[in-house]
Design a protein around this ligand. Structure first.
Ligand SMILES: Nc1ncnc2c1ncn2[C@@H]1O[C@H](COP(=O)(O)OP(=O)(O)OP(=O)(O)O)[C@@H](O)[C@H]1O
Ligand SMILES: [Mg+2]
Length: 575
């Protein structure tokens, strides 16, 4: 798994190598210091030799300085490499998500994608940074400190050989118990994030349904769960640290005990004992570092797994096999024996055969869930059909690059959104280089120009996130204008005027007719009124085509159509 993330560190390899190199240098100096200190005590102080104090003292200061500089450089390089690596992973994962098709995104919740992009990547970044600094440092320090201590007095060093393995075992035990607890903590964190996020995204719905109390309870539950899991995981750490301290002081007492006897027996010098104690600290420190790296890498394993899930997700709609020079010739569309399902579900489109000629206006009607949206989504390849062929402009949709195909097919999604920014910026999604006249022209057709002009700042009016400060019907009209600005060969309006009054709806349709000759228009609507003037109307029923024909033909031939017509007529009579 780590291998999959490593390519992201490529740019920072020099830093990732420099950091451990400086660490080696730092450790080499650090472990020499107690050794030199022993000389100062034993040769300088005990024998009252000032020159030994000076010379060894100078060596010690120089070593401390080198160690300081090397340590600072190592930390800096590790930070550059770690942060750089994190930012590359973030870029990579975000880019990957951009390549996802609709069916890829169906697999991950928004909250989980955000947690992965933030918390998980931070975790991996910190572990990478820590590992760079500790992974070499801890074992190197451990080995060198033990070696120096043994050189000073091998008998006394036996104390280490008794204590170090014992501590290593205890550490491993701690790690073993801690990992599952941290894993649980992260899962709870994930749940907590999704619950908060869902609430914030739907805060208006929460308020409208007066669900705040329920949401607060839900928040309290997930917050309490998180708290419990965190306390459970950290509890172990609170024991670990005092335990290490206890072991360290026991070790020091043992060394002092045995050491003083050796000194009294003239087998050891006072300075050597002092430096021995410094080595104990270094050895125990490195053991602690090792355990921290161990625990961190174990915890970040969960994060790495979650990141790899995104990296491994294969975008199921791509330009593979497409001809980049191929442009959509005209607005004709043909569905040949189409079968389609979401994921592993059952087929929700079956045996669809439909041929639409360029420039035709097609209405699609059918009950909710009759797969109207699913059918038209196949044209700009938001999803791919499981069986059968979708032909656009005389060629298979897979022959075009996604860019060329989607440039010619403009679709207003049923759940359309605008972005934060001005109205003009939002419309320009359709065409960055459109002139202001063109912008106005499409807005007039979409019946948006009149209300936009009434805003104090006109087209420079700032829209809130998702377009909160325009009404539902206004948002729909802006979305139609945005789609028109693309000057598409095929325009698909999926329930795009559902929130627009019938009068404005008619005006939009009139405008569309004049907008571009040869533009195929596919209108999905619930109101017969919105589609009755279409060249042909397709009646969908439960994922199958029930009938095709003009308004008057269908009134004679299609039971479903007639039923909808009559019910809507009655409805409007009652108004
Ligand atoms: N992303 C999805 N994942 C799984 N199932 C889906 C998804 N989108 C739609 N469906 C299912 O596919 C079926 C057809 O849905 P579709 O959105 O195409 O209907 P529709 O005719 O557009 O309905 P409406 O008039 O309400 O917009 C429904 O049963 C729905 O539950
Ligand atoms: Mg729909």
């Amino acid at each position: 798994m780590i291998k999959k993330l490593l390519p992201y560190s490529k740019k920072y390899i020099p830093y990732a190598i420099l950091s451990p190199l400086f660490i080696v240098c730092e450790v080499m100096m650090e472990v020499r210091i107690p050794f030199t200190m022993a000389k100062i005590v034993d040769y300088g102080i005990m024998r009252q030799d000032i020159s030994a104090i000076y010379s060894n003292g100078l060596v010690m200061v120089v070593m401390a300085l080198i160690s300081l500089v090397c340590g600072a450089l190592a930390a800096r390089f590790a930070a550059v490499a770690g942060i750089g690596f994190g930012s590359e992973v973030r870029k990579g994962v975000f880019g990957k998500i951009q390549d996802f098709s609709f069916s890829n995104t169906d697999k991950f919740s928004t909250a989980s994608l955000i947690t992965r992009l933030t918390t998980d990547i931070n975790m991996v970044q910190n572990t990478f940074m820590m590992s760079l600094r500790m992974f070499i440092r801890a074992p190197l320090m451990l080995v060198s400190a033990v070696t120096y201590a043994t050189r000073i007095n091998s008998k006394l060093a036996a104390v280490f050989f008794a204590v170090v393995p014992l501590m290593a075992v205890v550490m491993a035990l701690f790690g073993g118990i801690a990992f599952p607890r941290f894993k649980v903590m992260f899962e709870k964190y994930d749940k907590f994030n999704s619950s908060v996020q869902e609430n914030l995204i739907a805060i208006r719905v929460v308020k409208a349904y007066v669900r705040s109390k329920f949401e607060k309870e839900k928040f309290k539950d997930s917050n309490d769960d998180l708290k419990k899991a965190s306390v459970n995981a950290e509890k172990l750490m609170t024991v670990a640290s005092p335990f290490m301290m206890f072991m360290m002081y026991s070790c020091i007492v043992a060394v002092l005990w045995f050491g003083s006897r050796l000194i009294l027996g003239d087998q050891m010098k006072v300075g050597e004992l002092a430096s021995f104690i410094s080595y104990i600290t270094q050895i125990l420190m490195s053991l602690m570092m090792l355990s921290v790296v161990f625990v961190m890498s174990v915890i970040s394993r969960a994060s790495i797994t979650r990141l790899c899930e995104i990296i491994d997700e294969v975008p199921d709609i791509s330009d593979k096999g497409a001809d980049p020079s191929l442009e959509v010739a005209d607005g004709s569309v043909e569905f040949k024996n189409i079968y389609f399902k979401y994921g592993d579900g059952k087929y929700i489109l079956e045996n669809i055969n439909l041929s639409i000629s360029s420039g035709e206006t097609i209405g699609i009607i059918g009950g909710t869930g009759s797969s109207k949206t699913s059918l038209v989504q196949l044209i700009p390849r938001l999803y791919d059909a499981d069986e059968g062929e979708v032909i656009v402009g005389g060629r298979h949709v897979k022959d075009y690059t996604l860019e060329n195909l989607r440039q010619s097919v403009s679709m207003t999604l049923q759940k359309n959104l605008l972005f934060s920014g001005t109205i003009e910026q939002n419309l320009r999604w359709g065409d960055e280089n459109a002139s202001l006249d063109e912008l106005r022209k499409v807005s007039e057709i979409a019946q948006a120009d009149n209300f936009v002009s009434e805003f104090t700042h006109g087209y420079a009016t700032e829209l809130g996130q998702g377009g909160v400060n325009v009404s539902g019907g206004q948002k729909q009209r802006l979305c139609i204008a945005r789609a028109l600005l693309k000057k598409p060969k095929i325009l698909i309006l999926d329930d795009s005027t559902s929130a627009v009054d019938t009068h404005t709806d008619s005006k939009i349709r009139e405008g569309l007719k004049k907008f571009r000759s040869g533009m195929t228009t596919i209108i999905i609507a619930q109101r017969i009124h919105s589609i009755e003037s279409a060249d042909r109307i397709v009646v969908l029923d439960n994922g199958k085509i029930d009938s095709i024909g003009t308004h008057s033909e269908l009134l004679k031939t299609s039971e479903i159509y007639k039923e909808v017509y009559v019910s809507q007529l009655e409805g409007s009579d009652e108004d």
